[in-house]
Design a protein. Structure first.
Length: 378
């Protein structure tokens, strides 16, 4: 049971998205040539650039899929979703079916054709969400991209998937985390497609390779065979990703009906211990929880909010409800603008250190607020 205070904040989240966020990015977020802008400036005006990351096209496609779910301007939302899907199924794809990194803003196609699991995962995620809200052909494209992932990125020797082609120096948890999220979205759009089997494989990789058994904390970098690395790349971790995995593990159990992952409470408790007294999440810490980089970005606060909501769904009501209220208030009071944008980054002293509003941040905020609305039922 959620508190009346949290429900009030869920209603505020809905109003902010419908009345400010979606209209702002629909009006000012389009760059022409079927692409979304990379960013707005702090006055909410477009920042022109000669290139556009594919992940931004995918994330904005998700944002307007969520807008459609929430009942915002159907025809407009459908048009914006189709714009993103057309990019993801066409100019963003390489000849082998995988997703490239960067598009030219003049509509001429890929400028950086590097195959990247992170960008590919977000393309699949966006296509799955578009399919779920009724966009024709999006599901078929998503399945084709997944087939390309199996052909070109799967690592049968050590498990998981190559993060880039050519392969990088390290194995990375972050792209696999978002591929898991994409698998969950694919399952919702295509319940009989076998997507939870792939998700289970990523959970197994998380359990046996990404999670440090001694500290029960999540690493970021690994050797090519997924063995631990030494030094800074082992010792320094990201609280935001600890929170994000709490949410993903809870959602995975809810979708599969499996038992809850045994690490979820320890991950949550660890990440909770890295927050300041007001509930703010920071960039990096050591395995003992000591903060290394006290800068903070919007996305870290949204992942904290999602984790609090996940634990609230599991029945740990009072402390998690209060923590969710704190995270929401931090977002609304410090990060989000009344016009529908955001201040994306503060330094360790609390000073604004960005001159733009990255469009990519919208995925984090909209997803967290959609979860808040879902969990509270408002």
């Amino acid at each position: 049971m959620t508190s009346s205070a949290l429900k009030r904040r869920a209603r505020e989240a809905r109003s902010w998205m419908l009345d400010a966020c979606f209209p702002l990015w629909a009006e000012h977020g389009l760059a022409g040539h079927g692409l979304y802008h990379e960013a707005l400036d702090l006055s909410h005006r477009p920042v022109n650039a000669d290139e556009a990351r594919v992940r931004v096209q995918a994330r904005q496609t998700y944002v307007f899929s969520e807008a459609l779910r929430l009942g915002w301007e159907r025809e407009r939302a459908e048009r914006l979703i189709k714009l993103g899907v057309n990019t993801l199924k066409g100019p963003a794809r390489r000849e082998d079916g995988l997703i490239g990194r960067v598009l030219a803003s003049d509509g001429s196609g890929l400028k950086d054709t590097t195959a990247d699991l992170y960008d590919t995962a977000f393309a699949i995620y966006a296509l799955a969400n578009a399919a779920e809200v009724g966009e024709d052909h999006a599901l078929g494209v998503a399945k084709d991209v997944l087939a390309a992932v199996d052909r070109g990125l799967a690592d049968p020797e050590y498990g998981g998937y190559a993060e880039t082609l050519p392969k990088g120096e390290y194995r990375l948890q972050n792209p696999h985390m978002h591929l898991l999220e994409a698998c969950h979205a694919m399952h919702k759009a295509d319940p009989h497609g076998g997507h939870l089997a792939r998700a289970n494989g990523i959970i197994q990789l998380f359990t046996t390779r990404m999670l440090d058994a001694d500290t029960v904390t999540l690493g970021e970098y690994f050797a090519p065979d997924w063995s631990p690395v030494s030094g800074k790349h082992f010792e320094e971790i990201e609280p935001g990703h600890q929170f994000e995995w709490v949410w993903l593990l809870q959602r995975h159990a809810a979708l599969t009906g499996d038992e809850l992952h045994p690490a979820i409470l320890k991950l949550y408790t660890f990440a909770l211990g890295t927050l300041d007294e007001d509930g703010r999440a920071f960039t990096t810490c050591r395995r003992d929880g000591t903060i290394v980089d006290g800068a903070r970005r919007t996305w870290m606060q949204t992942e904290a909010l999602k984790a609090h909501l996940a634990m609230l769904e599991l029945g740990t009501e009072d402390p998690c409800d209060a923590q969710a209220v704190k995270s929401f208030d931090i977002l609304m009071d410090e990060y989000l603008t009344p016009e529908g944008g955001w201040i994306d980054k503060f330094d360790a002293e609390g000073q604004v250190v960005t001159e733009v509003m990255p469009a990519s941040t919208g995925y984090h905020v909209v997803l967290a607020f959609a979860e808040l609305i879902r969990v509270t039922g408002v």
